[in-house]
Write a protein that binds this ligand. Structure first.
Ligand code: PMP
Length: 400
């Protein structure tokens, strides 16, 4: 039966991690895989998470199944975090919410429920977007189309081109937006731009599908949720996929949630029942451990405060690395402006290197990044920055 199936090549990012692991160069730098690292190069268990884990271990009395929508109390935390305590859509009972296996699970569940509502629906994704959006949405049978987003020449969001394209999107199509910390380009919509996209969605009738995987990694917890909150206030329908992998450091626990804002309470109840039914056919019910930690942290004022502080430290570290890299590149490559790296947010930016230059970075300097020259800024360290800048200066010599 499996004869027709050939062996597939390694996933490019996974392949990069393996090559990095096997590289004996002591100066090697891994800017490929998208995880946060602290100054000692570790992806830490946050102290608030550790504490919540200890409390859970003491207090947990059963490993019996959770209710189908997930760990009790976690969906309130999801809603309060994503939409804020006082959001009108919450007060109007307009937010269907289920926990999912990570943000990926949320996106896949969203795709399946969209498919039920409108078979073969079209989803417009930014150019570029996170590579995994394509299989997560596409394998459910949705049709993917692209709208222009990042101007690779000018290293900036091309908002006019984006708006011109979205202005052609028919009613009932979906538009995928990154809430903050755009992966892979780091260029985000400003509050004013979110307002304009929201107005356009209201006017044209397209439905936002928002991916929020980095809340708190950009400008702050509230600021990074500006777009979803505004859209949920102004539009009848909004889909929000939430991941806690980054902002709670819960990567392997697979903690996430899908929140769908419906037109009214009755429609939302119907959506909630559909979500549970789709999830039942996919994985039955979500993992509980990560959600239990999120709920535990959210419900304890002390842990919540500690978590916010730790998250702020991570955010500030990324911004400090961005700033240091711009300054270092300014010294190493005086003819070129890398200021965009400090203006972008979250873990990723494009350096603007060609594939051949990326290959040289790897072969000659053991600096690893994806072929499109996306770097994970959080994978850097202050003591590696000058080494990185010198290598960039060397590989782009002659074209400055
Ligand atoms: N969306 C984006 C843009 C991401 O970068 C990620 C994580 N890499 C996710 C969603 C989901 O991640 P997870 O399934 O690990 O929660």
């Amino acid at each position: 039966m499996f004869e027709p199936l050939p062996k597939l090549p390694n996933d490019p990012i996974l392949g990069l991690s393996i090559a990095f692991r096997d590289d004996p160069n002591p100066d090697k730098v891994d800017l490929g895989v998208g995880v946060y690292r602290d100054a000692s190069g570790v992806t830490p268990v946050m102290a608030a998470v550790r504490e919540a884990e200890i409390q859970l271990q003491i207090n947990e009395t059963t490993k019996a199944y959770t209710p189908p929508a997930g760990y009790p109390g976690a969906n309130e935390a999801v809603q309060a975090l994503a939409f804020g305590e006082e959001h009108p859509a919450r007060q109007q009972q307009r937010i269907a919410t289920v926990q999912t296996p990570g943000g990926c699970g949320a996106l896949r569940l969203a795709a399946e429920v969209i498919q039920r509502a409108k078979h073969g629906a079209r989803v417009w994704v930014s150019t570029p977007t996170w590579a995994n959006h394509v299989p997560l949405l596409g394998s459910a049978g949705l049709e993917l189309k692209e709208y222009p987003y990042y101007d690779f020449e000018r290293h900036t969001l091309d908002f006019d081109a984006m708006m011109a394209a979205l202005n052609q999107v028919p009613a009932g199509d979906l538009v995928l937006l990154h809430a903050s910390c755009h992966n892979p380009c780091g260029a985000d919509l400003s509050p004013e731009q979110w307002r304009r996209v929201t107005e356009l969605a209201a006017e044209r009738g397209f439905v936002p599908l928002i991916d929020m995987a980095y809340q708190g990694f950009g400008e702050g917890l509230e600021e990074d949720a500006y777009g979803p909150r505004l859209m949920a206030e102004q539009l009848p329908e909004v889909i929000l996929a939430v991941s806690f992998s980054k902002n709670f450091g819960l990567y392997r626990e697979r903690a996430g949630a899908l929140a769908i804002v419906g037109a009214d309470a009755a429609q939302t109840e119907a959506i909630q029942s559909q979500l549970l039914s789709v999830a039942r056919g996919l994985y039955s019910m979500p993992p509980a451990h990560g959600s239990a930690l999120v709920a535990g942290i959210w419900q304890s004022e002390e842990l919540r405060g500690r978590w916010r502080d730790e998250l702020a430290q991570m955010r500030e570290r990324i911004q400090a690395l961005r700033q240091a890299l711009v300054e270092s590149l300014g010294r190493a490559v005086p003819g070129r402006d890398f200021g965009f790296i400090a203006r972008e947010r979250g873990m990723f930016s494009f350096l603007g290197l060609s594939e051949a230059e990326v290959a040289r970075m790897k072969a000659d300097y053991s600096i690893y990044m994806t072929d499109n020259s996306r770097i994970n800024v959080a994978g850097l360290n202050l003591d590696k920055i000058d080494y990185l800048s010198a290598a960039i200066a060397e590989v782009i010599k002659g074209r400055v």
